[in-house]
Design a protein around this ligand. Structure first.
Ligand code: FES
Length: 64
């Protein structure tokens, strides 16, 4: 777990590490899939860009 674990989705109170775990455990590739598996991005939508960049980071990292 990262030391600094910011809340990414304020509406659902879900942190960066929780989203990364969710993506990896469920092999999620899109924001829509992340939203289907959790309460993330289901309300105001302000976190959508942040979730996109986390998805990119996870898959860039896995490709290396
Ligand atoms: S901050 Fe994620 S839906 Fe509002």
């Amino acid at each position: 777990m990262e030391k600094y674990d910011p809340v990414i989705c304020e509406c659902a109170n879900i942190t960066r590490s929780e989203i990364i775990d969710l993506i990896k455990k469920n092999n999620l590739f899109t924001v829509e899939e992340v939203a289907d598996e959790s309460a993330v991005a289901g309300m105001c939508g302000a976190c959508i860009e942040k979730i996109e960049s986390i998805l990119n980071e996870v898959y860039d990292h896995l490709l290396m």
